[in-house]
Write a protein that binds this ligand. Structure first.
Ligand code: SAM
Length: 270
């Protein structure tokens, strides 16, 4: 297995908490993340938040055609000058939440990032939006967030983001990463999660979001009570979808959410 040296952190400005900076310094973890991406030679890779380049360097060494997206002025300018002569590298000095992935991706891109945790949920929502523009994302998340996203039906950790992410992606939790792998050390453990966009998803994104959000409004309530509205016969809709009214949202499977969404759509059209 190839080994990469840790980046030299000493000549950088102190990490900015406000930008969620916590840099990977464990070369075995860096290797494992890069290996999750598979063969990279000639493949387009988009890295979110390259920071001091811990993942960037091995990605380039493996022959990736790499675009990195970094908000920090100093880090973006260092990476830009370090790879100024490399035609397979470009640094977009911008906020990833403003990035239109469709304008830079070949649709077959791989996305990777040790994400700034303060915006991991908005980043994932953006990846949902641009899901047809990449073939896999390998992301470092706070472990609790990763576990919530990967929670199976019936698990109390399941929530709005679990259902959305599972609807649009096949999710696999790859491995956990201890605080000691980073400088500065975070207080929490992290996990690597892989998201593979699903081809078959329902047409009505907004209906799904509205339904899931309303269904989880009060987690201890039944789905019927959370969805009750004066002008719709929710009980009949649930029955058409084959979902028992006393169940809680966290117990519904992906197929059941799809059936429920379709039953609401039918009711809307009726
Ligand atoms: N990839 C590096 C590593 O693993 O050592 C750095 C990871 S650090 C957790 C997150 C990186 O995301 C930082 O470099 C930070 O400056 C950058 N970042 C924070 N907010 C961002 C944003 N809105 N858009 C793009 N990059 C951002």
């Amino acid at each position: 297995m190839a080994r990469y040296s840790s980046p030299k952190t000493s000549d950088y400005a102190p990490a900015k908490k406000s930008l969620g900076q916590s840099f990977l310094v464990d070369s075995s973890i860096i290797d494992k993340i890069v290996e999750c991406l598979g063969d990279l030679a000639g493949h387009q890779v988009i890295e979110i938040g390259p920071g001091q380049g811990a993942l960037t360097r091995p990605l380039i060494d493996k022959g990736a055609d790499l675009t990195v997206v970094e908000l920090d002025d100093d880090l973006a300018s260092r990476l830009t000058s370090e790879y100024a002569n490399n035609p397979n590298f470009r640094c977009l000095h911008t906020d990833v939440l403003d990035l239109d992935i469709s304008t830079i991706s070949s649709k077959d891109a791989l996305i990777v990032g040790n994400l700034p945790y303060y915006i991991s949920t908005p980043i994932i929502r953006r990846l949902i939006h641009y899901r047809t523009y990449f073939r896999r994302a390998v992301l470092m998340l706070q472990r609790e967030v990763a576990e919530r996203i990967a929670a199976e039906p019936g698990n109390g950790e399941r929530g709005f983001m679990t259902v959305l992410v599972e609807h649009y992606f096949t999710v696999s939790k790859e491995f956990d990463v201890p605080p000691a792998a980073f400088r500065p050390r975070p207080k929490v453990w992290s996990s690597i999660v892989s998201l593979k966009p699903r081809i078959e998803t329902i047409d009505s994104d907004s209906m799904l979001e509205t339904l899931v959000s309303a269904s989880f409004r009060q987690k201890r309530k039944t789905i019927l009570n959370n969805l009750k509205a004066s002008d719709i016969d929710v009980e009949t809709i649930l029955s058409k979808a084959g979902i028992e009214a006393r169940r809680r949202a966290e117990t519904l499977t992906r197929d059941e959410w799809i059936r429920l969404c379709e039953a609401f759509e039918q009711e809307k059209r009726a």
